[in-house]
Design a protein around this ligand. Structure first.
Ligand code: ZN
Length: 196
């Protein structure tokens, strides 16, 4: 099963997943605790899956000629630590020890600049379609491994920490399912009402 052979190494890279290093990262502030996981969705072109364009985007190789939307974003420099593809396959772009550029202007209960202290997981999908069971399994495996290496206290959606500006992972992301599968306490999902 996806994730069974994953292991976080001392440099913040997950063994057992594909690595596609992105230049879109920099150092975290010294001494900061990485205690938040932020979940996103992404599809490129929007609504299409398995094109390879997400990896191209996160490594500044997106071809602006391939799609009209790409003309507007191909010079944007962003990244996430991980991408979970529709099959549940995981790609890592940035070491967890470094700051990936996924959250932008954001606020986690008064703590701003969430990129400083979070790990970003992009789930291949969109706001108007369900995610695949394999993707929930992969996210759970990632959460479990990450919690072994970092003092993770919470999981939030991008829309939770950037409300009004971001909608992902979107209404089709099944938070109760993730909470059940992870077997983590409800306190680690502070934006969800389920279980209260
Ligand atoms: Zn996002």
């Amino acid at each position: 099963m996806v994730g069974d052979d994953m292991a976080l190494d001392a440099r913040g890279w997950m063994r057992g997943v594909r690595h596609v290093p992105s230049p879109n990262c920099d150092a975290r502030p010294p001494g900061i605790a990485v205690d938040l996981v932020v979940l996103h969705n992404i599809s490129l072109p929007p609504g299409e899956f398995g094109t390879g364009d997400i990896a191209a985007f996160f490594t500044n190789r997106l071809d602006p000629q391939r799609h009209p939307f790409f003309e507007t974003i191909h010079q944007v420099q962003v990244s996430a630590h991980f991408l979970v593809e529709r099959s549940g396959a995981i790609v890592q772009f940035v070491s967890c020890a470094e700051r990936a550029w996924h959250a932008g202007a954001s606020d986690f209960f008064g703590r701003t600049r969430c990129n400083d202290f979070s790990i970003g997981i992009e789930i291949e999908g969109c706001d108007d379609r369900p995610f695949e069971p394999a993707q929930y399994h992969a996210v759970c495996s990632l959460l479990s491994e990450l919690a072994g290496g970092y003092p993770i206290r919470a999981v939030a959606g991008h829309s939770d920490i950037a409300p009004g500006r971001k909608t992902d992972p979107g209404p089709y992301f099944d938070w109760p399912r993730l909470m059940r599968m992870s077997a983590w306490p409800a306190e680690r999902f502070p934006y969800q009402r389920w279980g209260k």
